[in-house]
Ligand binder design. Structure first.
Ligand code: EPZ
Length: 419
């Protein structure tokens, strides 16, 4: 297993172009299965989750290849409707293929998805949406078998689930008749997915609001699309600058999609300038505690930014209360941060961070994607060397974290795993 070695104490300085959004490109790759033609998806990040999605598409009988910053998918003649267990278990968003495979092939066979262990990750809302569209779902000993001709429906999801909303959109595009999906999920990945589906010729409206309408049965064709910048990766680099001190500019992301995070960083004592396409953060003094941070569905404070922000606030003064409302167990980075000298107390969904004057290097382990990124953020502001293990989690969502941070002046390197 490879490891990061981070020498803390170097302020960051420079500009970084943010790569395409993981949580946009994954449903977009599943959607490419719907169109009998070639799709070119630009600004496609080099992530292990993207490779897993391409492997699923190839298994289903599509051609899929990388061409520089883009991937090209040709779903003219898919031949299979089963997603292999080992690919399903690679990531959470493999479940998004349920709607796409069922919509294109008329049936789908898959097991429960994998992904970050953030507490229970049920798929009941995904299945409710598929059943609401007429899909028949049979639970088999190793997963689910879905079949049925899909027909439009008025769907109401009991929770603002991003993934279930995306699954409903993909299936509804192939259903007979119109569908309305009311879920309250307004995430940016949903907006990007709608934009791609419309490029394919689908008639989808309302993404970004609480009700999305889909006109099913419209013939689809191949298309080109450019994936939006990853707001969580941008948040990660801004919190890194807050933790290490210095001046960092991120480009290629819509500043409005992370305004809840930049507002907190400003309250903590950073100087933030947001303009179309770029955000600058300067931090010349230790951070101070801020008002309670409660994670919520978009446009609320993003749960994916909770861990990196917590890591930055560990070193400084004052106290910050976090309330993690989206997932039951999204504090696995806390014990690791405490190994570095952080003072954090967790009670259920509440974490209280007491700022300390300094953190020190330690040997720590990533247990999930954003928690792993948080350990790197903390290490940048710590004294001495930190070893971060479990990089396979980080590689799922960051194209080249060590390369980008090194370019900003961080002392970070990736050591190959010892056999
Ligand atoms: C997406 O996960 C993102 N992943 C997550 O990012 C992000 O944290 C989350 O949305 C925020 O809502 C991708 O887009 C690939 P949800 P998803 O369905 O779709 C419950 C990252 O780090 N729920 O919106 O899996 C669920 O347990 C990842 O990039 C059900 O109860 O999240 C959670 O409490 C982590 N039943 C809440 O809804 C269901 O069927 C929101 O989950 C589905 C979800």
């Amino acid at each position: 297993m490879s490891t990061y070695l981070v020498e803390g104490g170097s302020p960051l300085d420079g500009s970084v172009e943010i790569h395409g959004a993981k949580n946009s490109v994954l449903p977009i790759l599943a959607a490419a299965l719907l169109a009998p033609g070639e799709c070119v998806i630009h600004n496609c990040p080099r992530l292990s989750d993207v490779e897993a999605s391409l492997a699923i598409l190839r298994h289903l009988g599509c051609a899929a290849r990388r061409e520089g910053e883009a991937v090209v998918v040709d779903a003219s003649s898919p031949t299979r409707y089963d997603v292999p267990d080992e690919l399903m278990r690679e990531m959470r968003s493999s479940v998004i293929f349920l709607g796409a495979v069922l919509g294109r092939m008329g049936r789908a066979s898959l097991c429960a998805p994998g992904g970050c262990e953030l507490g229970p990750r049920p798929i009941d809302l995904h299945l409710a949406a598929i059943r609401g569209l007429g899909g028949r779902i049979t639970e088999t000993e190793n997963g689910l078998l879905c079949a049925g001709r899909l027909r439009g429906a008025d769907l109401v999801l009991s929770l603002p689930s991003v993934g279930a909303t995306e699954n409903a959109m993909l299936a509804a595009v192939c259903a007979d008749g119109g569908t309305s999906s009311s879920s309250g999920a307004r995430g940016r990945g949903i907006v990007d997915l709608q934009s791609f589906l419309c490029a394919l010729g689908a008639r989808v409206r309302g993404a970004g609001s609480s009700v999305i309408t889909i006109e099913g049965g419209v013939p689809l064709h191949g298309a080109s699309h450019t994936v939006m910048g990853d707001r969580i990766v941008a948040c990660t680099y801004l919190t890194a600058a807050a933790a290490a001190g210095g001046h960092v500019e991120v480009t290629g992301v819509d500043w409005r999609t992370l305004s809840t995070v930049t507002a907190v960083l400003t309250e903590a004592g950073c100087a933030v300038r947001s303009q179309p396409g770029r955000i600058e953060l300067t931090c010349r003094s230790p951070l101070r505690g801020v008002r309670p941070i409660r994670t919520a569905p978009y446009p609320g404070f993003p749960t994916d930014a909770q861990a990196p922000l917590m890591a930055a606030l560990c070193r400084g003064s004052g106290c910050t209360v976090f309330v993690e409302n989206m997932f039951e167990s999204r504090y696995r980075h806390v014990d690791e941060l405490c190994r570095m000298g952080a003072d954090i107390r967790v009670e259920g969904r509440v974490a209280v961070v007491y700022g300390v004057p300094r953190l020190h290097g330690a040997r720590v382990r990533a247990f999930d994607l954003r928690g792993g990124a948080a350990l790197v953020v903390a290490a940048l502001g710590a004294e001495g060397q930190t070893q971060v293990e479990g990089l396979h989690h980080i590689d799922r969502g960051y194209q080249c974290l060590e390369g980008d941070l090194s370019a900003l002046g961080a002392q970070i390197s990736r050591e190959a795993g010892k056999l």
